[in-house]
Design a binder for this molecule. Structure first.
Ligand SMILES: [Zn+2]
Length: 464
């Protein structure tokens, strides 16, 4: 199968090469391989990896060949199946039990070996394999079992529609490509190829994907609430568009130097630095979208008052110690989180005393009224954090001095902050005061040792 040399001969050759490289690296001393490698040059290190990988691929080719034969002798139609005689349910189970390899691997080896081995005719004559180019590449160790499976799966998909000539053309194209392409490219090509032979198959496949759509939620041991979303291309496109709109570069940090008073604000102002990862930004954008929609639901969407509910013991709220929890989410949240969200208009705070009795704490006075929010939107024009461009409808009306301390909910004690900066303000130790309606932010000393106040808010020209 493998041209002039058999897989076993090639394997022996490469194993000998690997062994001689190991001796060269060891330079006569009794060092372990790892010790030799630690002392080797970068070139020798990468060279050694190449030799070891070649042995690995050839050893895999040998495993595929033998697994194919074990699978052939274990086929369920046979009266005396090898697997059954050995007390195992399948060839893959038998090989996993004997070798200690995982059954997903032995199962791959068996199906690949079976598909690529020569066929037996009706009268016992040996016929060539269906996929000779792929079989040769595997036995020469130029493709891994995983790559071969990807290629084989694509070929089996197009087989019913393609002519023999087209099929062998596709086989050559994929096998030659697989040697050069990344695993991702190979997968992409193999996924798209069947559509060229079966344009009518796209629609059924699309509806199968749509049928599998869903959102699964689970709580991990550490309290992470994990959502896995399965959606189709269209759903993915809407989701991406919505998230991209809120994470677009113009909303990111702008690096600039500004003269303010006598002080030059450094090129990268820590106040403007946004260290969130791309994934974190997309997450925050999704939560903003959802909160935005809750805020605009006057009860008509669900027919009931749909909003997040937080349960908070009064003591947690007043002392800043202890925990609270969101309805339906069985994970405690900190007192700081409870204090921050309990004054958000889109969260209902269910506050109770030591006897679990609900308390009326003049709930209305905790929230800014719609009129107050409008006045603040007109005054602030959006998130007032230095450099942030979030518009008013993505913002919380945030208390400058926490409501639990001040019991004041008037617009002199409030500014608009987006959710991200609201949290940063409440948790990172920034101070904020208004001067003639202009917000000034004083950073904590771990951000700026001199604690130079930054001007926040929008300039009039921005709003005009
Ligand atoms: Zn902001």
């Amino acid at each position: 199968m493998a041209g002039d040399n058999t897989t076993a001969e090639l394997l022996a050759e490469h194993a000998a090469l690997l062994s001689s490289h190991a001796s060269t690296l060891a330079a006569g001393s009794a060092r372990s391989l790892v010790e030799s490698l630690m002392a080797s040059t970068d070139t020798d290190l990468l060279d050694f990896h190449q030799h070891a990988a070649a042995v690995l691929k050839l050893a895999e080719a040998a495993v595929v060949a033998v697994s194919g034969e074990v699978a052939r002798r274990s086929e369920s139609g046979l009266p005396d199946s090898l697997a059954r005689r050995s007390g195992e349910k399948s060839a893959a189970a038998l090989l996993a039990a004997r070798s200690g390899l995982h059954e997903t691997d032995t199962s791959l080896h068996c199906s690949l070996g079976l598909a690529l081995s020569p066929r037996e005719g009706l009268t016992g004559e040996v016929l060539p394999t269906f996929f000779p180019v792929l079989a040769d590449a595997v036995s020469a160790g130029s493709l891994t079992a995983r790559q071969s499976r990807t290629v084989l799966t694509a070929l089996l998909k197009i087989e019913p529609q393609a002519t023999a000539h087209e099929l062998s053309g596709a086989e050559r194209f994929l096998v030659e490509g697989a040697a050069d392409w990344s695993a991702k490219t190979l997968q992409d090509v193999c996924r798209m190829l069947p559509d060229r032979f079966d344009p009518d198959g796209v629609a059924p496949r699309e509806s199968a994907i749509r049928a599998r759509r869903g959102i699964r939620k689970r709580v991990l041991d550490d309290g992470t609430v994990q959502y896995v979303i399965n959606t189709d291309a269209e759903g993915g496109a809407y989701l991406d568009a919505a998230l991209d709109a809120r994470t677009a570069p113009r909303r990111q940090v702008r690096f600039q130097s500004v003269i303010e008073g006598d002080d030059e604000v450094p090129l990268i102002d820590p106040a403007r630095a946004d260290e969130r990862s791309w994934s974190q930004k997309r997450h925050d954008a999704l939560i903003e979208l959802v909160r935005d929609s809750l805020r605009h639901d006057d009860g008509e969407i669900g027919g009931v008052d749909t909003t997040a509910v937080i349960h908070v013991p009064l003591e947690t709220l007043t002392t800043g110690t202890g925990t609270a929890w969101f309805e339906g989410i069985e994970v405690p949240v900190s007192a700081q989180t409870a204090q921050r969200v309990v004054s958000c208009a889109d969260v209902v705070g269910y506050i109770f005393d030591g006897q679990m009795q609900p308390l009326q704490l003049g709930a209305t006075s905790r929230f800014f009224t719609t009129a107050q929010r409008r006045a603040m939107a007109a005054r602030d024009g959006g998130c007032v954090w230095p450099g942030c461009e979030s518009p008013p409808r993505w913002c919380d009306a945030a208390h400058i001095e926490p409501w639990v301390k001040s019991r004041r909910t008037d617009i002199d004690n409030g500014v608009l902050l987006c959710h991200f900066h609201h949290r940063r303000y409440d948790e990172d130790g920034w101070l904020l005061h208004l001067e003639d309606g202009v917000p000034w932010f004083t950073p904590p000393s771990h951000v700026d040792a001199r604690r130079t106040p930054r001007r926040g808010g929008k300039t009039p020209s921005y709003r005009g």
